[in-house]
Design a protein around this ligand. Structure first.
Ligand code: PGA
Length: 227
């Protein structure tokens, strides 16, 4: 079984209090089911405001979870009101998602600013999950993991078929030469297994189904259990 990347993207959801509660419940499920997650890397990409508490709590509970941000500033720190720089993120997270379609759509992010963010992230030693919704979109060289997320599949309950997703991910890996690629878009406990057991897909990026600790736990269980 390949080493899977199972990444949660909480988007603009969860207060510090709610994220702590999520972690408590998730931790209890891991313990109760004695799930061995050593063949998977579990990442939670949370709002900035949750990251510090998540880092402290995952360390305190010794949870097998890595923390990620969902965006960062294209600039190094300085006079950029409201921006969170890569150096700030680095202290509390190992990962960052760059180029999510919601950032491109609602915040008008362009390939140029996404490249600047990527360069900043890399300079500061953050690992990057870079999202694209089709193979024609450019992917910077510095990216660690590329995530293929077709627009029509995000938040709709209609995921791509494992065959299509695998084919597209294989083509993206070949084109970009980035060795690791995820599929994202309506991944849930009942479809994750077929997706991650394809040849090219190295894991999943999960939105809606990661918000409930129980649902995300079962998704992980199904992903890492050999059928
Ligand atoms: P979804 O979101 O799982 O809710 O479809 C995935 C994503 O946008 O990363």
């Amino acid at each position: 079984m390949k080493n899977l990347i199972l990444a949660a993207n909480w988007k603009s959801n969860k207060t510090v209090h709610e994220s702590t509660e999520w972690l408590h419940n998730f931790s209890a499920l891991l313990e109760q089911h004695r799930l061995n997650t050593s063949c998977a890397k579990i990442i939670i990409a949370a709002p900035y405001t949750d990251l510090y508490a998540l880092k402290n709590n995952t360390e305190a509970f010794k949870l097998p979870i890595e923390i990620g941000a969902q965006d960062l500033s294209p600039f190094a720190e300085g006079a950029y009101t409201g921006q969170i720089s890569a150096r700030m993120v680095k202290e509390i997270a190992q990962w960052v998602i760059i180029g999510h379609s919601e950032r491109r759509r609602y915040f008008k992010e362009t390939d140029t600013s996404l490249l600047e963010k990527t360069v900043e992230a890399k300079k500061n030693g953050l690992k990057i999950i870079y999202c694209i919704s089709d193979i024609s979109m450019p992917v910077p060289r510095e990216v660690d993991v590329v995530a293929y997320e077709p627009l029509w599949a995000i938040g709709t309950g209609k995921s791509d078929t494992p065959e299509n997703a695998n084919q597209t991910v294989a083509a993206i890996k070949e084109k970009t030469t980035i060795p690791l690629a995820l599929y994202g878009g309506s991944v849930a406990a009942d479809n994750v297994s077929l997706l991650v057991h394809t040849q090219a897909i190295d894991g999943v990026l999960v939105g809606g189904a990661s918000l409930d600790p129980d649902k995300f736990f079962h998704l992980i269980e199904n992903a890492i259990t050999e059928k």
